[in-house]
Design a protein around this ligand. Structure first.
Ligand code: RNT
Ligand code: ZN
Length: 411
C-alpha cells in the first residue's frame, strides 16, 4: 500500500519519504493534565478558574506513580517526538509544608528523572493560578488585594526558576506559559484597573532574571470561562500588546476565541511580527469545552500554516484538552495522533505549486487541485510512518488491556 501511495504522491511532485522524516522530528508537547482531570498533585483544591472536566470514567491517576505509569503507557502508543507539559500543581511535595510561592526545582526533580528515562525530549511548564485558596473572588494577578497579587507574583517567579532548571536538565528550551482565570461573571464597573494591575504584576514577574535562550515565556489569552462570562482580564488584545512590547511570546489556544475566529488565520498574522508562536491545541464543542482533539478541518488548516510558512521551528505545538468521560489514555493518544495526522496532511501538500496558483490568480486550478489532494492515500503513508516508528496502528487493544490490569484496580 505504501509503495503505491508513494508513487501516487510522486505524480504531484510530493516526496512521502521527506514527509515521514520531517514528521518524526516535529515536537508535540503533551499535557500531563489529561491523566488526572486537571486535579494536580499538590492538594491545591478542586478544579477552579472556569475550566471544567466532565465525566467519571474509572481509573483517574491519583498520585505521581499512577500518573507517570499512565503517561509512560500512553506515550508508548504515540509516534513521534514527544515533550511533556507540566503544571506547577504537579509538584512532588511528598508531605512537605510548602506552598506554590515557594516551589523549587527539587519538587520537579522526579519529573526530570522520569522524562530522561522515558525518551521525552523536553519539558514545558505552567504556573498554576487556579484551584487554590489564594484565588480571591476569582482573581489572581489582577486582584485589588496586594497580598494576593504578591503571592501569585512570587509563584510565577518561582516558576521561572523551575523552568530554567527544567531547560538546563533536559538540554532544550522550556516554554513557560502564563494563563490566569481572572474575570467577572457579570458586567464590571471597571474594566481598566484589573488590566493595569495585571500589566504591573507581569512586569514584576519578568524582572526575575532568566536565561532567554533556555526559558521562553508566553501569555495565553481567553475570551471567557464558565462563571466568568462577562469580562476576562487577560483578553487577546491585552496579551498581544503586552507580548509585543515586552518581547515575550503569545500562546494561542484554539478554544479561546469567538466561534468564527480561527487560530489558523492568527498564526500567519503573528509570524509577521514574532519569532515564536505557542499553541494550545484543543477542540471546543460549542464553547471552550476542551474535548479530545480530532482530525478536523481547522486542525488541518493550523498544521498547514505551520508547515507552509516554514514555521516548524517557530511554532511550539502543545496539547490542551481533558476528557474524564472516556479512558484517559485513549484521550491522550487520540489527540496526539490527530495532531500528527494533521501535520502529515500538511507535509504531503505541494505548497509551492499551490502558492504559485494563488499568485497568478489561477483560482479555478487552485480550488480543483486542493480538492483533489484531499483524497490522496494519506492513510497508507500514516501506516508506514507508524511501522517505521515501531508502533502499532491499533492502540485500543493495548489500552483496554491496561485498563483491565491497572486502571480497574484503582478504587
Ligand atoms: C484554560 C487554558 C489553560 C488550561 C491549562 C490547564 O482555559 O486553556 O491553558 O487549560 O493550563
Ligand atoms: Zn490552553
Amino acid at each position: 500500500m505504501y509503495e503505491l501511495a508513494k508513487a501516487e504522491y510522486a505524480k504531484y511532485g510530493i516526496d512521502t519519504e521527506k514527509a515521514i522524516e520531517q514528521l518524526s522530528n516535529i515536537p508535540i508537547s503533551v499535557h500531563c493534565w489529561q491523566g488526572d482531570d486537571v486535579v494536580g498533585l499538590d492538594g491545591g483544591g478542586s478544579l477552579s478558574g472556569g475550566i471544567q472536566t466532565t465525566g467519571n470514567y474509572p481509573g483517574r491517576a491519583r498520585n505521581f506513580d499512577e500518573l507517570t505509569a499512565d503517561i509512560k503507557k500512553a506515550f508508548s502508543l504515540m509516534p513521534g517526538n514527544k515533550r511533556l507539559n507540566l503544571h506547577a500543581s504537579y509538584a512532588v511535595v511528598n508531605g512537605e509544608q510548602v506552598d506554590r510561592d515557594n516551589y523549587q526545582p527539587k519538587h520537579f526533580a522526579p519529573w526530570v528523572k522520569f522524562a530522561k528515562k522515558n525518551g521525552i525530549t523536553g519539558i514545558d511548564f505552567n504556573p498554576t493560578l487556579f484551584s487554590h485558596a489564594n484565588v480571591k473572588d476569582g482573581l489572581t494577578l489582577s486582584s485589588p488585594d496586594a497580598d494576593i497579587r504578591k503571592f501569585w507574583i512570587a509563584h510565577c517567579k518561582a516558576c521561572i526558576r523551575i523552568s530554567e532548571y527544567l531547560a538546563t536538565e533536559m538540554g532544550t528550551h522550556c516554554l513557560m506559559n502564563i494563563w490566569i482565570p481572572d474575570g467577572f461573571k457579570d458586567v464590571p464597573a471597571d474594566r481598566l484597573s484589573p488590566r493595569l494591575r495585571l500589566k504591573d504584576a507581569l512586569d514584576e514577574i519578568l524582572s526575575e532574571p532568566y536565561d532567554k535562550s533556555k526559558v521562553i515565556i508566553a501569555v495565553e489569552s481567553k475570551v471567557f470561562g464558565i462563571g466568568i462570562e462577562s469580562y476576562t482580564v487577560g483578553s487577546n488584545e491585552f496579551y498581544q500588546n503586552y507580548a509585543a512590547t515586552r518581547n515575550v511570546c503569545c500562546l494561542l489556544d484554539n478554544g479561546h476565541y469567538h466561534p468564527l475566529e480561527y487560530v489558523s488565520d492568527k498564526i500567519p498574522s503573528l509570524l509577521a511580527f514574532y519569532d515564536k508562536v505557542a499553541l494550545h491545541i484543543t477542540r471546543g464543542v460549542r464553547w471552550d469545552s476542551d474535548h479530545v482533539v480530532l482530525l478536523e478541518d481547522e486542525l488541518k488548516e493550523i498544521a498547514k500554516e505551520i508547515v507552509r510558512n516554514n514555521a516548524i521551528d517557530k511554532v511550539m505545538i502543545g496539547l490542551d484538552y481533558f476528557d474524564a468521560s472516556i479512558n484517559r489514555l485513549s484521550a491522550w493518544v487520540t489527540g496526539q495522533r490527530s495532531m500528527q495526522k494533521a501535520l502529515l496532511t500538511a507535509l504531503l501538500l505541494p505548497h509551492d505549486q499551490l502558492r504559485k496558483l494563488q499568485d497568478t490568480a489561477q483560482f479555478t486550478e487552485l480550488m480543483v487541485l486542493q480538492e483533489e489532494y484531499k483524497t490522496l492515500p494519506l492513510g497508507a503513508v500514516w501506516q508506514e510512518y507508524l511501522a517505521r516508528q515501531g508502533i502499532a496502528s491499533d492502540y485500543l487493544t493495548a489500552i483496554k488491556k491496561y485498563e483491565n490490569k491497572v486502571l480497574k484496580e484503582r478504587v
